[in-house]
Design a protein around this ligand. Structure first.
Ligand SMILES: Cc1cc2nc3c(=O)[nH]c(=O)nc-3n(C[C@H](O)[C@H](O)[C@H](O)COP(=O)(O)O)c2cc1C
Length: 328
């Protein structure tokens, strides 16, 4: 059984395979999610590229965006074959592009469609099929409507719901605003757990500290963390220490960097661009002396022609000495 106590949210343009590898170095035990991949991209695009990951990333969930049951089943099967530990359906993203494709948060208005998709995926794979949703959308935001939604999808075979504790407005707010403006309603998610005690309920939205995680775990089965894990990734080390491995000496930031450099060197040989990996490590020293210098040095130098892992070494050195580094 997957440990869902703490998971890292799917985030487009953030939680790609390089970011996940980096996060896994900091946190051996949290559950990681891919960015959302649409069924169209998997069926018509370079599926090997979309589904590639390093075994170190386990436990790892593939998040799908889509609504056609046959296509969802086909993609879930692909995910299982590639070795993902779980398939998650995105019913929470409110972007226009997603809405036009009839997936994401607008599907909260069509519980029957979600139920059909979930049933098809459950029939297609042995690994768990889960749903990430909001507490409501537009004017469909009563508790009864959320209850009906959960009930219907659970009857289709989904036992795990990740609930972003705010509603989404499908018109008028950008995706970013939809992560900030609708108020957080943790009480609604707690009530869902009370009313569906047999389901695994994971809460998401605005959680930034170990104390908040511990508090939420009194009410729900798990906590999903998004933006804080990306902008301040070493915070996951505190979570490891508190919740998973209190007796083990966790890697320091410097040790994490050294391990990541080994990974970067291998990926550079596979023709991966340095900047596509280093962009994920900018927040590693958040709150520490020299954090700005670290960010600036890496941002300014990773794009240079022939830039290699030495940029990361130099950034560390520069930060340690807090002097302007030599340009490599
Ligand atoms: C840059 C960015 C990209 C996101 N992409 C996805 C996505 O692909 N799928 C998804 O379900 N949610 C996506 N989300 C929403 C997050 O998974 C999460 O629900 C949201 O950020 C709230 O959690 P937080 O307050 O801990 O960040 C994204 C959020 C951000 C900031």
């Amino acid at each position: 059984m997957l440990n869902r106590q703490v998971s890292i949210a799917p985030m487009m343009d953030c939680t790609d395979r390089h970011d996940r590898y980096f996060l896994r170095l900091i946190s051996p035990n949290t559950l990681l999610y891919t960015e959302m991949v649409t069924t169209g991209a998997l069926i018509h695009g370079d599926y090997k590229k979309f589904l590639a990951f390093d075994v170190a990333e386990h436990p790892l969930v593939l998040q799908l965006g889509g609504s056609n049951p046959n296509q969802l089943a086909q993609c879930a099967r692909m995910g299982e074959e590639f070795g993902f530990d779980e398939i998650n359906l995105n019913v929470g993203c409110p972007s226009d592009r997603v809405k036009a494709g009839r997936f994401g948060a607008c599907l909260m208005l069509e519980p029957n469609v979600v139920a059909e998709g979930v049933a098809a995926m459950c029939a297609a794979v042995k690994i768990p099929v889960t749903v990430k949703c909001r507490i409501g959308v537009d004017h469909q935001d009563s508790y009864e409507e959320l209850q009906n939604f959960i009930n219907k999808i659970a009857s289709a075979g989904c036992n795990v719901f990740i609930v972003h504790a705010r509603k989404a407005w499908l018109n008028g707010l950008s995706p970013k605003q939809n992560r900030e403006i609708p108020p957080l309603r943790y009480d609604v998610v707690h009530q869902i757990k009370k009313d569906f005690p047999h389901l695994s309920i994971v809460i998401n939205g605005g959680i930034k500290t170990v104390e908040q995680v511990e508090e939420q775990l009194k009410f729900v089965d798990g906590v999903m963390i998004g933006r804080e894990a990306y902008s301040n990734p070493y915070f996951l080390s505190a979570i490891e220490e508190k919740l998973f491995q209190p007796t083990i000496n966790l890697d320091t930031r410097h040790e994490i960097v050294e391990k990541f450099i080994s990974y970067v060197q291998i990926q550079l040989n596979n023709n991966v661009k340095l900047s596509s990996m280093t962009r994920h490590i900018l927040g590693l020293f958040q709150g520490e002396k020299g954090a700005r210098l670290w960010r600036r040095y890496i941002s300014e130098n990773s794009h240079r022609e022939n830039a290699d892992a030495n940029v990361i070494f130099q950034a560390l050195k520069a930060m340690e000495s807090m002097q302007t580094p030599l340009i490599i």
